[in-house]
Design a protein around this ligand. Structure first.
Ligand SMILES: C[S@@+](CC[C@H](N)C(=O)[O-])C[C@H]1O[C@@H](n2cnc3c(N)ncnc32)[C@H](O)[C@@H]1O
Length: 277
């Protein structure tokens, strides 16, 4: 039988309140047909707080200043889908084009800096770290920054611990055996990989002035949730965090349309790369 919480419809004024709340805190645009998403993501919070419905949750948020509940609600509405070596063409391009170039250009300092913006639970940043170790950069000064709006996913990323179902997605068995240890029913990344990556919370809409400069920035599968103005502002700022000639990698469904003044698009095999001017 459906629980009472899931059977109570969200009032239209509360729906609008939730849309505005999520947008103002993250920039994420949730259209009018996302009732199921609000219900599936917010019902656990409603239950945790001992409330009866999402309408009650909205009433609570409207009546009192409860930043911790507000944050929980907003974080619950982020989509954190990710997996190891997602979009393999990107990693192929990094391996075959970017890394040989950096080996040559940075040979004197042997220092490399990368950023996984919107890193979710960390698979993107750790995939890059494993690739760098596999390509012989283990004795270089490599810093990989992983950031996300959501403090919950940042904490998980920091732990470097993954479930069986997560290591089954995209991670070659050779790398699982080489860079992970069993931790009960889970898998723990080894320190050789973890020490290359630092995670922190960053809202992409805020100033990125203190970050960078980077050789490569991943900003994948997050722009799809933003409106055109937010996207443009973020792309401009990302450009400012890259070295000239540094790479920006966007998700497959995303485009840097309208930002030709900052990036040159290059197709490398199946990968589209935005090269900073
Ligand atoms: C679908 S995941 C993408 C993960 C990874 N980049 C990938 O492609 O596999 C999108 C992530 O963007 C984060 N996000 C949403 N809005 C954000 C914002 N304003 N600033 C930073 N991160 C944000 C979410 O918390 C979520 O973890």
């Amino acid at each position: 039988m459906p629980s009472q919480t899931s059977s109570v419809e969200i009032h239209s004024n509360n729906y609008k309140f939730l849309q505005d709340h999520v947008y103002s805190h993250t920039g994420i645009v949730l259209e009018h047909d996302k009732h199921y998403l609000f219900e599936s993501r917010l019902t656990p919070i409603v239950k945790q707080l001992g409330l009866d419905s999402i309408n009650d949750l909205c009433a609570l948020l409207l009546a009192t200043s409860r930043p911790e509940i507000s944050r929980k609600v907003v974080e619950a509405m982020t989509t954190n889908e990710t997996y190891f070596f997602r979009d393999p063409a990107h990693y192929d391009a990094i391996r075959s084009v970017l890394l040989p170039q950096l080996r040559h250009d940075r040979g004197s300092t042997r220092k490399l800096r990368f950023w996984s913006a919107a890193a979710s639970t960390g698979q993107e940043a750790y995939s890059l770290a494993m690739l760098l170790l596999e390509e012989g950069f283990g004795d270089w000064n490599v810093q990989i920054l992983g950031t996300d709006f959501s403090s919950q996913v940042v904490e998980r990323a920091k732990s470097g611990k993954y479930q069986q179902i997560e290591v089954n997605r995209g991670l070659p068995t050779t790398l699982l055996v080489k860079y992970f240890r069993r931790a009960g029913v889970d898998w723990q990344l080894t320190d050789s990989v973890r020490r290359m990556v630092n995670f922190e919370t960053v809202d992409l809409r805020k100033s990125m002035g203190a970050l960078g400069p980077f050789d490569l920035v991943f900003c994948r599968n997050v722009m799809i949730y933003f409106d055109a103005a937010t996207k443009k502002g973020i792309l401009k700022q990302l450009h400012g965090t890259l070295f000239k000639g540094g790479w920006l990698l966007l998700g497959g469904a995303e485009t840097a349309f309208g930002v030709e003044e900052w990036f040159d698009k290059q197709n490398l095999g199946a990968a589209a790369v935005q090269v900073a001017r």
